[in-house]
Structure formats: structure tokens, C-alpha cells
Design a protein around this ligand. Structure first.
Ligand SMILES: [Zn+2]
Length: 128
């Protein structure tokens, strides 16, 4: 249900970070997309978008979900390209749209300092 191109990019990213990528939202049927107020033309409807989270175990044994900007930083390092990148509080929306786009979700505002930094570096990287 997830497009092969999207899947292979996710696989490359996962190999780079060497941590399991958790897919919070992958393919959505139209009914489900409507219920959660997803965009009408969402790429989740065609299997071309995923929302991902990354969890790691800290040295004290507790589980930690990386912030969106932290995941973005890793993505930037990995060099793996996605056409659309949305940065949320503890997740990234990634898709394979043709015209590059980059945005923040409202829940990332608490990370605003690092967000601005990564937006700058990412914008440079993708040459928007
Ligand atoms: Zn999404």
C-alpha cells in the first residue's frame, strides 16, 4: 500500500540511523482521511506519504521519542531526499511529491529555535 519509491527511501534512512522507524500513519482510505481531517488531496490517500516517529532508549533505560527537528537533523545528515517534508513535535511527514515543499505543524512551535535553524540548513540543502 506504500509506494515502492517511498518505501525504498525510508529503508535507506532507516539503514543510516540504525534505529527502527515507526510509521504512525501510512496509507489512508478516504473515509479515515476524512475522519481525521486530512487534506482532501492528501498523498496519504495514494500511499505516497507517511508520518514517522523514531524512538530510542536512553542510557537510564527510559524510552525517548525524538523531536521532529531532531529527526530532521538525522534526515539531513543521511542525505536521503523526500519531496515533501512536514516537521511536527515528535514526527515528520514525508512524501514523494514532485515539487519540493517544507513546512512546520503547529505542535513544533515549542522547538522553534532549532526549527528555524534546521529550516535554514534544510532549505540550503534542497535548494528551494
Ligand atoms: Zn502526513
Amino acid at each position: 500500500m506504500i509506494s515502492p519509491d517511498l518505501f525504498s527511501s525510508l529503508q535507506k534512512f532507516q539503514d543510516f540511523i540504525n534505529l527502527p522507524i515507526v510509521i504512525n500513519s501510512g496509507f489512508r482510505c478516504p473515509e479515515y482521511n476524512k475522519r481525521i481531517d486530512g487534506a482532501e488531496n492528501s498523498l496519504h490517500l495514494t500511499g505516497e506519504a507517511v508520518d514517522i516517529g523514531i524512538r530510542t532508549t536512553l542510557s537510564n533505560g527510559s524510552q525517548y521519542w525524538l523531536s521532529g527537528p531532531e529527526i530532521l537533523k538525522l534526515l539531513h545528515k543521511s542525505g536521503v531526499y523526500f519531496g515533501g517534508i512536514g516537521v511536527g513535535g515528535t514526527y515528520l511527514h514525508l512524501d514523494i511529491r514532485k515539487t519540493p515543499d517544507f513546512w512546520f505543524y503547529g505542535d513544533v512551535l515549542k522547538w522553534s529555535d532549532s526549527s528555524v535553524y534546521y529550516k535554514k540548513s534544510y532549505t540550503g540543502h534542497l535548494d528551494f
